[in-house]
Structures are given as C-alpha cells and as structure tokens.
Design a protein around this ligand. Sequence first.
Ligand code: NAD
Length: 260
Amino acid sequence: MLKGKVAVVTGSTSGIGRGIATALATHGADVMLNGFGDGAEIVRVAKDLEERHSVRTGYSPADVSRPAEIRQLIADAQRLLGPVDILVNNAGIQHVAPLEQFAEEHWNAILAINLSAAFHTTKAVLLEMKQRHWGRIINIASTHGLVASAGKAAYVAAKHGLVGLTKVIAIETANDGITCNAICPGWVLTPLVQQQIADRAQGGGMSIEAAQRELLQEKQPMLQFTTPQQIGALAVVLCDDATATVTGAAWPVDGGWTAQ
Ligand code: NAD
C-alpha cells in the first residue's frame, strides 16, 4: 500500500515512534529513522526492517530541539531516500513538577521538542508535498493535547499547541492532496511512561505492578495500555486513500480517558 513512499519518523529509535516506523515499513514505505540510542542497536533495527520488508532505510541522529539539525534531517532523508511523502512528528520528552518548581530549561526543552520541532519539520517538507500533490503529516500529540493533568505544564501546553498546529496545517493544505492529523494516545507502556511509573512506585513505596495499576485507574477507564503497534496501525490507516478527506482531526487512542 505504501510502496514507493518515503516516510520520516522523528524519535523512532524507541517506543511509539519505533512502532510507527515498523508499521509503515511493513506496508512498504522507505523510512528515515531518527532519535537517540545505542548506535549498534539502531543499525540492527534498520537492517531488520530492510530485510523483512524489502524497504530502504536511513538514520539521522538529529536533535530535533535544534532547527538547523531538523533541516539537516530532512535534507538527509531527501538525499538518501527521495522526497518526503509521510512525515510523523513523534519525538517527545516529559517532565513532571508543580509549576512553581518547574525549571525553565525543562519548559524550553519540552516546547522545543514536543511542539516547535513539528513546525520546523513541516516547513521543510511542505513545498515538495504541495508540488507532488500528495502528503501525510501525522503529529503524535497525547490525551494531554485535549485535557490537562497537574504537574505537566509544559507537556500539556506543547501538546495542546501541537493539536492547534495540526488544524492550521490541515486548513492550509486542504486542496493540495495533503492531510494533517494528530494522534492522541492515552497510556502506552514505553520508556517515557516507565519512568513515571518508577517515580510513582518510589514516591509511594509500592511495587512497579501496583504503580502501573494506580496510573491506569487514575485516568483511563480501560485498564490496559495501548501498544506502539496499535498506534502504528492507526498511522497506516491515516496514510490510506480511504482517509484522504480526514484532516485536522485529533484522534484519541486512550481507552476512554477523554470520554469522561
Ligand atoms: P520514548 O521515550 O520511548 O521515545 C521517545 C523518542 O524520541 C526516542 O526515540 C528518543 O530518542 C526521541 N527523542 C527524544 N528527544 C529527542 C530529540 N531532542 N531529538 C530527536 N529525538 C528525540 O517515548 P514514547 O512514549 O514512545 O513517546 C513518543 C511520543 O508519543 C512523544 O511525543 C510522547 O509525548 C507521545 N505520547 C506518549 C504516550 C505514552 O503513554 N507513552 C502517550 C501520549 C503521547
């Protein structure tokens, strides 16, 4: 279905981004990986995608908090794989603290990585998508792009901003064969959430299993984690012709969290 398409997935060396990169490759897309991590493991993942799915891959270690590195990431993807057809803005970080204790550097980093990066990547690919009259832009927001939680000032502000940016891009590209949508996951068991579970277990003097249960019970009626594979499957659906008129939407994948 996506044979011949070129995808860039930011933050695809782990968690949800890796799930999305795998799903896109499974459907035939060539994929530019990005993110931090162990070099040998990243090479292994890329080779595995190439061999299993007969696709091409590339990797960029660009730090998406830096606009110049983002421009290099897109330029490298274009040089290695060709014009970018599918852009997935997924890289993200989290920091939890009450507002009065929220360090300025955490605020700046979260805004840069979780929000501004999507502005810079989109700006770098949009002209070519318009010229080719086809493009899919998928922004990985969060339930926190739709509702708030205490302690997550920067994350909630960035994710609400990302949902807003998604709508603007959708309107500006409405007649260019391009769609732009946000996916808003609830809890997905990745290193980003494992850290929050570990902090909760330590803070409350409980086991990891008890902290996981408490985390789910607090917000999410469906007491199970969504998997990166399930988020990847939705990303593929948003690239299909069947959803060619779905744009500017924010898709909750949250076990009922935002239905309450
Ligand atoms: P993760 O920590 O497993 O993966 C984050 C990825 O982003 C990694 O590949 C990491 O290397 C990369 N990254 C971080 N900073 C970067 C930077 N400056 N430049 C380039 N890459 C960078 O986390 P995840 O849970 O898979 O999160 C992926 C996205 O999903 C994030 O935007 C997150 O906010 C969002 N999300 C996650 C959940 C969840 O429950 N896990 C829920 C809602 C939304």
